[in-house]
Write a protein that binds this ligand. Structure first.
Ligand code: UD1
Length: 369
């Protein structure tokens, strides 16, 4: 059986790595890895391949950055000949980035079965490019691997046949479970505890410059109480350039994007995480670290109901109050962490093995219809 994986952007890599490993353990499985090149900086791509122990891609489509239409079209044009040449039995796509929907669309036009890893997540906010990518990818997929039961419910409500849906758990947590023991050797030098860890890259937060300026002011306020460490995504770096705010100041420390293990070490020991990322909401839930999500909604509601995540929306007062509340809890934090660990069903480090089982047991072609 020949499985072709398509990855393109940073959050795809930690999801594909465990699936590649789990499938490699099955005899008779051949795998091909395609990198679309949506993310191309060494710090956004190559270092993740190294730390995650992923094989070098067999094909790099070199698509790079562009408008959404150009990026999606670029992946489609470059991927079609690769798909025709390789003739895989199944293509696996990951998450919700532009590369995901583009590859799924090419497969569906050529009648190649598609498996979507991390299916069924919904924010119900169609102004997010990722929500459109999720909706379309799920409609185009033949095998839908969900991380939590809310994903199954969303898919069934959208008319997807139950036989295509497989509740397998969270592959990103597989990578976390495998690599957490190694993270302690990668704690970045010169970060004094206690600290808050910040990531922001959503267009809704960083492309709105007056809002970004206000957010930075709140982070500067917070840094009067504890260190604030902010590894800056390239998109955010450009916006900070436009604001003239690229310099670290006092205890607000702006860093380059960090490799996986360095970031994981920082997450594990943070007093709190402030983010607009999807995956970080899940990782902090697993680690039991308080997370404040600077968004009005989340496609990962299980991190609110069973985890440590809180939505603070576009409301700076809520952000201030929630951060103060976490700081006020102080010494309780470490205990809270222990009780949260492993709290979400199937977030246990074995999701990719369950995906591999489904794929190898699935007679080729039977996924359609
Ligand atoms: C993409 C995903 C988003 C994901 C994020 C993680 C989509 C629609 N968005 O957003 O869901 O959370 O990745 O990082 O697919 N850039 C570089 N070097 C790189 C990559 C990007 O400098 O290696 C800069 C470019 O100027 C580019 C900008 O970052 O224009 C944005 O990159 P892009 O891939 O368009 O989207 P992200 O914001 O990274």
């Amino acid at each position: 059986m020949h499985i072709l994986h398509v990855v393109g952007a940073r959050p795809n890599f930690m999801k594909a790595a465990p699936v590649l490993r789990a499938l490699a353990a099955h005899s008779g499985v051949r795998q091909t890895l395609v990198h679309t090149g949506q993310h191309y900086d060494a710090a956004m791509s190559e270092v993740f391949f190294q730390q995650l122990g992923m094989p070098q891609p067999d094909h790099n489509l070199g698509v790079g950055s562009a408008s959404h239409a150009q990026q999606v079209a670029g992946v489609m044009l470059a991927f079609e000949p690769v798909l025709l040449e390789n003739k895989p039995d199944v293509v696996l796509v990951y998450g919700d980035v532009n590369s995901t929907v583009a590859a799924a669309l090419v497969c569906s036009k050529l009648s190649v079965p598609v498996g979507h890893v991390e299916a069924g997540l919904r924010s119900r906010d169609r102004s997010m490019p990722e929500e459109i990518n999720r909706l379309l990818t799920d409609q185009l997929s033949d095998l839908l691997f969900t991380p939590s039961a809310d994903g199954d419910e969303n898919l069934l409500r959208e008319g997807i046949a139950a036989k295509k849906i497989h509740l397998v758990g969270n592959v990103m947590i597989d990578t976390l479970v495998r690599l957490l023991p190694h993270a302690k050797d990668h704690f970045p030098a010169g970060v004094p505890s206690p600290y808050a860890l910040v990531t922001l890259h959503r267009p809704s937060n960083v492309d709105d410059l007056p809002w970004l300026r206000e957010l930075l002011a709140v982070l500067a306020e917070l840094s009067e109480q504890l260190n604030v460490v902010f590894p800056v995504h390239p998109r955010t770096r450009q916006r900070l350039d436009a604001l003239g705010s690229t310099q670290s100041r006092a205890r607000l420390c702006l860093l380059e994007p960090l490799p996986y293990l360095e970031f994981l070490a920082l997450q594990q020991h943070a007093a709190m995480v402030i983010t607009d990322s999807g995956g970080i909401q899940e990782e902090t839930t697993f680690l039991g670290v308080p997370c404040l999500t600077v968004r009005e909604n989340t496609e990962r509601p299980i991190t609110l109901t069973m985890g440590t995540n809180q939505l603070v929306g576009r409301d700076l007062q809520r952000l201030r109050a929630a951060a103060a509340d976490i700081l006020g809890r102080g010494s309780l934090l470490e205990n809270t962490r222990l009780t949260h660990n492993h709290s979400v069903p199937l977030w246990d480090g074995h999701a990719a093995e369950r995906i591999a089982q489904v794929i190898v047991q699935c007679p080729v072609g039977s996924t359609r219809g």
